[in-house]
Design a protein around this ligand. Structure first.
Ligand code: ADP
Length: 704
């Protein structure tokens, strides 16, 4: 007997299982399961609510006798949340209610009273598939005590058997929906990405949104970089004409919420939404429902996509997923379109710069044939653009093949080179030019860009400078030398007379100053044009400093200043003695000039064995940080602090001279507390000291 029952139960379960599992569509599965339950367990009515993994009802089926009712999800939500089904969901246990009027888990309805046909008894079981709660199944009867424990056990067995099928059907339906969304988005992506012209991109995004969501009106707004306001750029559909240009102040309205949270939202009925306000309205459109998604690019919200009034009256459950997908698609495409726009503008700007450049520019291929030329090229060469195009670069100037390589291979390897040459004009004349050749990508082809600078003026200036130096050399320096030696001779021949001696000393000091200035001017020119210092000798730095101090002492004494010499024994240095002597005199004279009357100037030095580092410290006004570099440039005098005049050449000379020796020079200063000029000069190495030549002038003779 028991065996018979077991066998028939097993058969029943297998039948149910077979029937339920052969369907994939969720509705069909639910209907078949309910039907089997009513048939084998009994009851007049039944329902199944299916839930997602978060416990939210996603679908439901209800059956009265043999009639199915499908669209009752909302109605069953209450039961699942608060009624008997709710208890089963929470406890994950099946339950039997023999009399609904005596069980307060039963959510009472108007037809439940004793004299009406409502449910008087019920069984309710959870659908558990591999520990996942998939739904609840409820069977009811209008007569109390219609179900017993046996019914409950049978029901539970059926539910256990069928729940995997329900889960599979649910997953299948979900994947079907995802597939629909994906294909809608893929279609949209294909349509949107066919253009990168920005307004065209907007139009395509709007069309795709309208099609995918089936709404009356769509609009697209972007965040303005400067104001952070949201500005509507484009719209489509019913009465959308007034939307473009609309501003929504930074963060206001529903769009503001979407931007702040970076999440889309759907307002199914604007009338019942407390957040919906005046700013969200569009002129001439009676808004009923709206969906807004952020437009995102590289993780940043750059705008919103808005869909207004679904034609069917309500948004589809997938609407948000689709709109959000369209939003991120739009973001990438808009960004790309903007990049392209920027590149095009940059290209346009390059072309303008190319055309308007004050220098002649030519583009050639690697054969040297001119491909492109600018206005200045035409002006300078005398050839027309067409004529230039037929020429080879070496017909236009004498190419320095040693710089470019015979087939430009050096240029190809090092990307650029610069040299001086002459431009061969159409009329046969030639002008001096400086050529900068560079490997460039022109119209996507590997090419050479030739920037040709007319250096006629510079050449003329160079010539002028050379003339001036020659003039200083011959017309000032030589006669000055005569004056100096004449003064020396006068000193020796003159009778001893205090007044005459003092006058002679003044003349000697002044000519020495002029000589120093002339020599420094010549040095500046020589060092600037890259000449090396050749006349180097080793000398005791103490002697050099003592000599320099001696030359400036009269000036310091005149201002009652004290010059403190803190020099200790140091190794010999390897320098152009006359030049470095002038460097120290310059620094000392500046210190004297800027130190107030009765102030002090301190000189010291130290060595690391490779360089000797000197410092000349004064108690003058100091030098503001902004000027500490500049003062070493030519013709720089810091205005406003002193009335003393100067050319602003002294420190420029010092820097050139010290750098010429491989040393460094800089200033440290605290405004109001004086300045310290530092400089380093190389220590004479053993082998160089041996082969010393005697340096001219009293300095080396007296002090070595
Ligand atoms: P100049 O020959 O005109 O004195 P320099 O090149 O020697 O020119 O100096 C440039 C400027 O640097 C000076 O005008 C002065 O403003 C500033 N300067 C130089 N030495 C000192 C110093 N010891 N204290 C304050 N300012 C100085």
């Amino acid at each position: 007997m028991i065996e018979d029952r077991s066998r028939s139960l097993l058969e029943l379960l297998m039948n149910v299982s077979r029937e339920v599992a052969t369907a994939l569509d969720l509705r069909t599965v639910l209907q078949r399961l309910l039907y089997a339950a009513l048939q084998h367990v009994g009851g007049e009515r039944g329902s199944i609510v299916v839930m997602d993994d978060l416990g939210k009802p996603v679908d439901a089926t209800i059956v009265f006798g043999t009639q199915f009712h499908d669209h009752t999800t909302q109605q069953l939500r209450d039961t699942v949340e608060r009624g008997l089904a709710g208890w089963v969901v929470q406890n994950r246990k099946s339950t039997l209610v023999t009399d609904t009027s005596k069980d307060n888990r039963w959510l009472r309805r108007t037809d439940d009273s004793a004299d009406k046909s409502g449910a008087k008894s019920a069984i309710c079981v959870p659908l558990l598939a591999r520990d996942r709660l998939v739904g609840v199944l409820t069977l009811v009867h209008s007569i109390p005590n219609s179900f017993n424990e046996e019914h409950l056990a049978l029901m539970q067995a059926i539910a256990d058997q069928a729940s995997v099928a329900v889960l599979n059907a649910r997953l299948y339906t979900e994947s079907q929906r995802t597939a629909r969304v994906m294909s809608a988005l893929a279609e949209a992506a294909a349509a949107i990405n066919t253009s990168l012209e920005i307004t065209d991109v907007w139009r395509r995004i709007l069309n795709q949104t309208m099609q995918a969501l089936q709404v009356e009106t769509v609009a697209l707004a972007l965040i303005d970089h400067d104001s952070n306001d949201l500005i509507f750029q484009a719209a489509a559909g019913h009465n959308s004409g007034s939307i473009p240009g609309r501003h929504i102040h930074n963060g206001h309205g529903l769009t503001g919420q979407v931007i702040t949270n970076g999440l889309g939202l759907i307002v199914p009925s604007v009338k019942q939404d407390s957040h919906y306000s005046e700013v969200d309205k569009f002129e001439g459109i009676e808004m009923r429902a709206v969906a807004i998604a952020p437009i995102q690019s590289q993780g940043k919200v750059i705008g919103v996509l808005e869909a207004v009034n679904p034609i069917s009256g309500a948004f589809d459950p997938d609407a948000m997923v689709v709109l959000a997908g369209l939003g991120s698609l739009a973001g990438t495409t808009i960004q790309n379109a903007e990049y392209l726009n920027r590149i095009q503008k940059a290209h346009q700007r390059y072309l303008e710069l190319f055309e308007d450049s004050v220098d002649m520019i030519l583009i050639t291929d690697w054969e040297g044939t001119v491909l492109e030329s600018n206005r200045q090229a035409v002006l300078l060469s005398g050839y027309s653009k067409e004529e230039l195009r037929a020429l080879s670069i070496d017909q236009l100037h004498e190419v320095k093949w040693n710089r470019t390589g015979l087939n430009f291979e050096t240029l190809k390897r090092y990307d650029e080179c610069t040299y001086e040459s002459g431009l061969l004009k159409k009329d046969g004349s030639s002008i001096p030019i400086e050529v900068h050749a560079r490997r460039v990508e022109f119209e996507e082809t590997d090419s050479i860009q030739w920037i040709v600078q007319d250096v006629t003026e510079r050449k003329e200036l160079d010539a002028l400078r050379d003339d001036m130096i020659a003039m200083i050399y011959h017309d000032i320096r030589s006669p000055l030398g005569n004056v100096v030696s004449s003064l020396e001779m006068m000193g020796e021949l003159m009778p001893v007379d205090e007044t005459l001696t003092s006058m002679l000393n003044i003349a000697r000091n002044s000519t020495a100053r002029i000589q120093r200035l002339v020599n420094s001017l010549l040095d500046i020119n020589r060092l600037e044009s890259g000449h090396q210092i050749i006349d180097q000798n080793s000398i005791d730095p103490q002697a050099l400093i003592r000599e320099s101090i001696r030359d400036v002492v009269p000036a310091a004494t005149g201002r009652q200043q004290i010059i403190e010499n803190n020099m200790t024994v140091l190794p010999l240095i390897w320098v152009d003695v006359d030049m470095i002597h002038r460097v120290f005199i310059n620094l000392l004279e500046n210190a004297i000039k800027f130190t107030p009357v009765a102030g002090r100037i301190r000189i010291s030095a130290q060595t690391d064995g490779v360089f000797v580092k000197f410092s000349i410290n004064d108690t003058g006004p100091g030098i503001p940080p902004a000027d500490r570099e500049r003062i070493f440039d030519k013709f720089i005098r810091v205005r406003g602090r002193d009335r003393t005049v100067g050319l602003g050449l002294g420190l420029a000379f010092c820097r050139l001279a010290v750098h010429g020796h491989g040393g460094e020079i800089w200033v440290e200063s605290e405004p109001g507390k004086g300045s310290t000029f530092w400089l380093t000069l190389p220590v004479a190495q053993k082998k160089t000291t041996g082969q010393l030549k005697r340096k001219t002038g009293r300095l080396t003779m007296n002090e070595r």
